[in-house]
Design a protein around this ligand. Structure first.
Ligand code: HEM
Ligand code: HEM
Length: 170
């Protein structure tokens, strides 16, 4: 068992830290938005931080080497790569749509009072409404579906295939 465990190649430490802190940030953003109107400002600050975090994460992913995929049917490797790609796209689209909603609403976004992301567009109610719909509807729902598939796949590997895939990210 110990030999099998140590045989699993890992992502770089930086990629692993980006992964788990990113998951916590997204969870925190969702908790805050469900705590009511007093917490919208914090939701925006955490969401904007998540965007910056994700940008740094993607750069790190490009400059570090990923471990070779674990052996599994080719279609599963393909689906996992597509899911990961989709997750990255939506992890950008979710906070960007939130920012655009605020910007078209004519509001700058304060990031914990440390700095502001200015409203870089002229106010436009229709555009604000459109990004609101995407942020709370289409993009968010798709992101949730992919996260559910992702966590479901991790559980499947852990408890059904038992190939210790989780160690790559731990
Ligand atoms: C990790 C990134 C983010 C996630 C996961 C996220 C998630 C969500 C979700 C799920 C809702 C809908 C809650 C509900 O339907 O009750 C929401 C609402 C909202 N989000 Fe975000 N968000 C993120 C980033 C941002 C950013 C960066 C901004 C703006 C700068 C923002 C602004 C808002 C606003 C204003 C609402 C309320 C919309 C309304 O009630 O009509 N979000 N967010
Ligand atoms: C309990 C929750 C989670 C578990 C157990 C988990 C587990 C894992 C594991 C084991 C991998 C490596 C997969 C492989 O080597 O093929 C991975 C990769 C990844 N995870 Fe998660 N994850 C979780 C939550 C999340 C969340 C919430 C997100 C995004 C919103 C996310 C985004 C990603 C991405 C984008 C990758 C691909 C990494 C890369 O190759 O660049 N994960 N995750």
């Amino acid at each position: 068992m110990t030999t099998a465990k140590s045989a699993v190649a890992k992502y770089s430490l930086a990629v692993r830290v980006f992964h788990w802190v990113g998951a916590l940030l997204i969870l925190w953003a969702v908790v805050l938005i469900n705590m009511g109107d007093d917490y919208i400002g914090l939701h925006k600050a955490v969401g904007a931080s998540f965007l910056i975090w994700t940008l740094l994460r993607i750069i790190t992913r490009f400059i570090t080497k990923a471990p070779a995929p674990v052996p599994m049917p080719a279609w599963q490797t393909a689906v996992s790569h597509l899911t990961h790609l989709g997750l990255y796209v939506l992890m950008l689209a979710q906070p960007v749509s939130g920012l655009l909603m605020s910007m078209y609403g004519g509001r700058a976004t304060s990031v914990f009072g440390l700095f502001e992301i200015p409203a870089m567009v002229s106010p436009d109610r229709d555009m604000a409404r459109l990004f609101n719909e995407w942020h709370t509807g289409l993009i968010w729902t798709t992101l949730l579906v992919l996260i559910a598939a992702h966590v479901g796949a991790a559980l499947y590997h852990q408890f059904v295939v038992k190939d210790n895939l989780i160690s790559r990210m731990r």
